[in-house]
Design a protein around this ligand. Structure first.
Ligand SMILES: [Zn+2]
Length: 214
């Protein structure tokens, strides 16, 4: 099972169910004399670990045991560590709290519906041209490449926009407008972006914060 597959599957399942399945699988695959254990008992092996893509984008949460397997296999590296130490036959290392995949994984996005609500959520109700924050009712959606010029309704081509900017932009392309720029590149809204992760975990690890709000 490759990490890319497990990451993808995780999006379709309840996280808690997935951790157990994955851990079981991962540990079964190891030689028994090599099995890692911790000073703090099995509970710390279940500690949630934030998984970042190679690009530092948060993409998943896994248990500490799974994270250790990925680090020991050289698939990921620990970016942040817990105080707890892992002791195994030939290994003594701090338990990770954030790991990053060394190779970029393409994550499919079809699990989250493209909708007005989700576009506004992704853009945090902030007009992507002038930066003003408004209520959902006061915002509209702008096609970055206008529909009249072949622009499609996709995550990459729709942004939150105030009515003023929407009027000013009209049917023009961005490079035709000197004074209008996108605040950031519109990207698909991944299942595990910031507030969703926070909600999932409750009071998340302090060390996660800088990766969740970028
Ligand atoms: Zn605006």
């Amino acid at each position: 099972m490759s990490p890319a597959n497990t990451t993808t599957h995780a999006r379709k399942q309840k996280p808690t169910a997935k951790y157990h399945a994955t851990h079981h699988h991962a540990v079964e695959a190891r030689a028994s004399d090599d099995r890692p254990y911790s000073d703090y008992g099995p509970a710390s092996m279940q500690t949630p670990v934030l998984v970042l893509n190679a690009s530092y984008e948060p993409i998943n949460i896994c248990g500490a045991r799974r994270a250790l397997v990925l680090v020991l296999k050289g698939v990921a590296r620990a970016e942040e560590q817990q105080e707890a130490m892992l002791h195994a036959a030939r290994i003594r290392m701090p338990m990770p709290s954030v790991i990053r995949l060394l190779e970029y994984r393409r994550i499919p996005h079809q699990t989250r519906a493209l909708s007005r609500k989700n576009i506004l959520l992704r853009d945090r109700n902030c007009c992507q041209y002038c930066g003003i924050v408004l209520t959902s009712a006061e915002l509209t959606l702008d096609h970055v490449i206008p529909r009249s010029r072949g622009g499609q309704s996709t995550w990459e081509n729709l942004v939150a926009c105030c009515h003023n900017c929407n009027r000013r932009k009209g049917n023009q392309l961005l490079h035709e407008l000197r004074d209008m720029k996108l605040a950031r590149e519109p990207r698909p809204f991944s299942l595990h972006t910031s507030r969703h992760i926070m909600r999932l975990i409750g009071s998340a690890d302090e060390q996660w914060k800088k990766y969740l709000f970028f």
